[in-house]
Design a protein. Structure first.
Ligand code: ASP
Length: 332
């Protein structure tokens, strides 16, 4: 076990086109989340704890489609999915179609730590939350006016059924990948899915190997985008395989797998929108996306980097003010 690794974390807030002021909110939100996770790592915390802390920040931010601000099902309700994975042991825990919890990533971690299972869904996941005394957060507190309007607009323009519509919508799921001082890698992903999904629909996000993966010997990946597209190519494990067996770097593997997904699925019921973040065992954070925008931020060596538009890459020095609030001084 190595203890001299430079810790790093990368987070995403979805691969999508952010409307109006959402771009700025997503940009700020990812910076805060990456800083929070980085703080955990620099204090000697584990990659798992850093991923969980960063994702809680993103889940609590209504600018993203996870936790508070999750998109609505066709019945106007919220069903959330989340996963976390420990690259040291390959242990993983996940929940899907869960309701009335504020931070599904915390519940996913409990599934990993407290059960022998990898994934609990629906009522079973909520029963487990009750057993673990997870405080209830009624769905109505997680639903935003903006998302009610979005469902309304969606239904008006596409009709109630919309079964054959795969157009891009709210792919602002959140995710994080971290490497700690001991070289342990973890990933997490959390989402409310996509607007107007059928009740019971689960996308890629909570499935290890599809919505993300972590293996200390290779690296960690978290995906975002159209769940039905990502699922068809098992995107996360495709990237991990390219790194593991074809000796590609994390960046090469991510770029290649996303391009291949577009090519392979051109005749599928899919909108092919996706983006990924990752950290290889070399400790370098990378991102790749096939959408116009993806909100991402990563921190390493006391610096924070972030962007949303294609080609945007800002660098900041991370500091905290007297109240412990994070500040980002932009480097020239
Ligand atoms: N992948 C998520 C899903 O399909 C959506 C997203 O990434 O925003 O449920």
């Amino acid at each position: 076990m190595s203890t001299n690794v430079e810790p790093a974390i990368i987070v995403h807030g979805g691969a999508v086109v952010f409307p109006g002021d959402k771009k700025d909110k997503a940009s700020e939100g990812t910076k805060k989340a990456a800083s929070k996770g980085y703080h955990v790592l620099t204090k000697g915390g584990s990659a798992l704890d850093a991923v969980q802390a960063a994702i809680c920040v993103l889940e609590d931010n209504p600018a993203f489609d996870a936790g508070t601000g999750s998109p609505l099902t066709s019945e106007g309700d919220i069903e959330m999915d989340a996963v976390i994975m420990d690259g040291r042991t390959l242990n993983t825990g996940a929940v899907a179609a869960v309701k009335n919890v504020k931070n599904p990533i915390v519940l996913a971690r409990m599934v990993m730590d407290q059960t022998q299972h990898c994934l609990l869904v629906g009522q079973g996941a909520n029963k487990f939350a009750d057993e673990q005394n997870v405080p209830k957060e009624p769905n109505e507190n997680l639903i935003t006016e903006e998302n009610k309007e979005k469902l309304e607009k969606y239904k008006n323009s596409y009709g109630e059924a919309a079964e054959n519509d795969f157009s891009a919508r709210d792919h602002d799921t959140v995710g994080a990948v971290a490497i700690d001082k001991e070289g342990n890698i973890a990933f997490g992903t959390s989402t409310g899915g996509i607007t107007n999904k059928r009740p019971g629909r689960v996308g890629d996000s909570p499935i290890a190997g599809i919505g993300g993966y972590a293996d200390n010997n290779v690296g960690g990946i978290s995906c975002t985008g159209h769940g039905e597209s990502i699922t068809r190519v098992a995107l996360a494990y495709d990237i991990i395989s390219l790194m593991k067996y074809s000796n590609k770097s994390t960046q090469e593997a991510a770029d290649y797998a996303l391009a291949k997904m577009k090519e392979k699925l051109r005749n599928a019921k899919a909108n092919l929108e996706a983006g990924v973040i990752g950290i290889g065992k070399d400790g370098n954070p990378v991102y790749s996306f096939k959408t116009k925008q993806m909100a991402w931020a990563w921190a390493k060596n006391g610096k924070l980097h972030n962007g949303v538009n294609f080609g945007e890459n800002n660098t900041y020095t991370i500091t905290t003010d007297a109240n412990g609030e994070y500040k980002f001084d932009k480097d020239e």
